[in-house]
Design a protein around this ligand. Structure first.
Ligand SMILES: Nc1nc2c(ncn2[C@@H]2O[C@H](COP(=O)(O)OP(=O)(O)O)[C@@H](O)[C@H]2O)c(=O)[nH]1
Ligand SMILES: [Mg+2]
Ligand SMILES: [Zn+2]
Length: 373
């Protein structure tokens, strides 16, 4: 998009540490070793990291000590991470990353496949914007097409679990009438039940610019907004529009009107000028199955927190079940099933919850005490 009318000119100079979000961290910069600075990871590709800080950009790789100490995927940097790196480049022209700083948020999915493995998507995002479109949102509302993926509850749980505030962005509203996009928003609210109270829903168009101010305002004062959602919903278009420049390639539409699957590098992009923040474009994912294990966050969050925020009414009911390890499927004395029976809980809410917990492979998610099955 190069309409020249964008209010934010492209940022060519280095972003300030404030815009990159450094001042939002409560970590003292004083314990940095000599000859080192903190930088933020903007792009990750095969063990190398593009880093950005007030001095500019650099390519880095873990130093030998950090590599030897790395035990799990959580020990490696991901986009959005703050790292301690050498000012001087090594012989391979990369700077040496000595440390990955504690994360206050982490978007982490269960990697596809039967093995339970984590895959880090983005670190230190304040906000997770779940991008959808009127077409996708309508799909997600009907059980027959839920298999097409992109179930909002999966993203909300991942955001809440990982310590990020979720918002839903209904993009491409230029493709429908205002009555239709309002109907989409209403349907989403109904679908989310009580959780809708904690999840703002924005309507945007990367084409005509509607709603972009509200979205951009979330990335103010050093805040980081990560955009996630399936391919083709307009994540990269939104990032470009917010950045006021074509910084990320936009996939052409395929015949079915949805985006083609492209392997776009994830990227962290400064937006909104010196008083702004950053946005992170993530690769197109269908359902993002939230990681059910520990995320190593300070302060800690986790899957139990995420599920309880996304399905608060089910969590509350589960306390009343006869068995502490009730799965809310076949047990006698199940308060959740009883609530569905007498209409206090929508059957779809329970089936959505059960599907999500099955995807995450968390046994007895709302059980209170280590019962075995
Ligand atoms: N009509 C319309 N098309 C859009 C909008 N945002 C993105 N697109 C188009 O949708 C396609 C996919 O966009 P892209 O940004 O690559 O989506 P991504 O896969 O989520 O990053 C491209 O053809 C865009 O031009 C929008 O708000 N309205
Ligand atoms: Mg994209
Ligand atoms: Zn139960």
């Amino acid at each position: 998009m190069s309409d020249g009318a964008d209010s934010h000119a492209a940022e060519r100079s280095s972003p300030s540490m404030r815009q990159l979000g450094w001042l939002r961290r409560a970590v003292a910069a004083a314990d940095l070793p000599d000859g080192h600075v903190v930088s933020r990871v903007a792009v990750e590709h095969r063990g190398a990291y593009e880093l950005v800080d007030a001095t500019g950009e650099a390519t880095g790789a873990l130093d030998a000590t950090a590599r030897r100490a790395a035990r799990t995927p959580f020990d490696y940097p991901t986009v959005g991470d703050w790292v301690v790196r050498s000012l001087e480049a090594r012989h391979d022209r990369r700077v040496a990353i000595a440390d990955v700083l504690d994360r206050f948020s982490l978007l982490c999915r269960r990697a596809p496949g039967p093995r339970i493995r984590p895959q880090l998507v983005a670190a230190n995002a304040d906000v997770l914007a779940v991008v959808t479109t009127p077409a996708f949102a309508d799909d997600a509302a009907s059980p027959e097409t839920a298999a097409a993926g992109h179930r909002i509850e999966w993203y909300l749980t991942a955001a809440f679990s990982g310590g990020a505030r979720p918002v839903i962005v209904v993009n491409k509203i230029d493709t429908v009438s205002s009555a239709e996009h309002e109907a989409t928003v209403d349907a989403l609210r109904r679908r989310l039940g009580p959780a809708a109270a904690d999840v703002p829903i924005l309507a945007t168009s990367a084409l005509d610019g509607r709603g972009l101010e509200s979205l951009g305002a979330l990335a103010a004062d050093g805040a980081t907004v990560a955009l996630s959602g399936p391919s083709g919903v307009g994540k990269s278009s939104l990032v470009n529009r917010l950045a006021g420049a074509d910084v990320i390639p936009v996939a052409p539409l395929s015949a079915d009107g949805r985006g083609r699957h492209t392997t776009v590098r994830r990227q962290l992009v400064p937006v909104g000028g010196p008083a702004g923040g950053t946005v992170v474009d993530t690769p197109g994912l269908q359902d993002l199955v939230p990681w059910g294990g520990d995320l190593g966050l300070r302060p800690p969050a986790g899957a139990q927190v995420g599920l309880a925020k996304t399905f608060g009414e089910i969590a509350a009911l589960a306390h009343e079940c006869r068995f502490a390890d009730c799965t809310h499927t076949v047990e006698p004395g199940c308060a959740v099933a009883a609530a569905v029976e007498d209409g206090r809980l929508a059957a779809e809410r329970l089936s959505t919850y059960l599907e999500l917990v099955a995807d995450m492979e968390i046994p007895d998610a709302f059980g209170s005490g280590g019962g075995s099955r």
